[in-house]
Design a protein around this ligand. Structure first.
Ligand SMILES: [Zn+2]
Length: 236
């Protein structure tokens, strides 16, 4: 029997299979997840080649511009200027935050991406680290930015606990993730590349991300409007 990675022991109903992975949807929180999750070794193997296959450097200027628009929107509701990008990749949102006048730090568990980020954006600060490690070092931030990260994680609970520790009391966590509930996706989620294990292990809708985040300690949860199949969540 499959077990929801967010709820303690709620079984899931079959959601389908792709590339040899089975997916289930939790009856309680409606999170859709891969089960069994790949092991740490399997994920390490997968991500060893991942960086080479994804064209991270492509359209870098437009990525910085898009991140700048997003950060300006988030900044409106923000006090203070300490910004962290968790899963910063090659650092375009960190550069965007710096351009917006924030004290920006980017972290990523991918050492190659951090090396690349330091070369591309030498005026920004980057660390090869995880949300869990930075949180346990008692660092706090006014904005915790996590774009397209949460869907990759086999252990969503420790991640949510870490980012909750990272954010100040009146700060904001900003999460984006693909929207399984979007009208362009929900009628046929297996069309195209939307469902893609082991890269994406978790699939959220508005309702399920709200339930998962509430369960793990977030009380303020708001959604930004989005025309694309992307959830944009502001929370603390
Ligand atoms: Zn659940």
């Amino acid at each position: 029997m499959s077990i929801c990675p967010s709820c303690d022991a709620s079984p899931g109903r079959p959601f389908g299979t792709k590339d040899g992975f089975s997916l289930f949807t939790c009856e309680a929180c409606e999170l859709t997840y891969v089960d069994p999750m790949p092991t740490t070794e399997e994920l390490a193997e997968f991500y060893r080649d991942y960086y080479k296959t994804r064209q991270y450097r492509q359209k870098l200027d437009s990525k910085v511009r898009r991140a700048r628009r997003r950060i300006r929107r988030v900044k409106k509701g923000m006090v203070g200027s300490r910004f962290i990008d968790v899963g910063c990749n090659v650092g375009f949102a960190v550069e965007a935050a710096r351009q917006c006048g924030l004290q920006a730090l980017g972290i990523d568990i991918d050492a190659v991406a951090i090396g690349e980020a330091r070369t591309l954006f030498p005026d920004c600060r980057f660390e090869h680290s995880s949300a869990e490690a930075i949180a346990s070092a008692d660092q706090r931030f006014d904005v915790v930015y996590c774009s397209e990260v949460i869907e990759h994680l086999p252990n969503v609970v420790s991640f949510l606990q870490a980012i909750q520790k990272l954010v100040t009391e009146d700060g904001l966590v900003f999460i984006t993730t693909p929207d399984l509930g979007h009208r362009s996706v929900r009628s046929n989620p297996y069309a195209g590349e939307f469902i893609r294990p082991p890269e994406h292990l978790l699939y959220f809708t508005r309702r399920s991300i709200e339930r998962v985040m509430r369960r793990h300690g977030f009380s303020y949860i708001r959604f930004q409007r989005s025309l694309k199949p992307t959830l944009k969540v502001l929370a603390r």
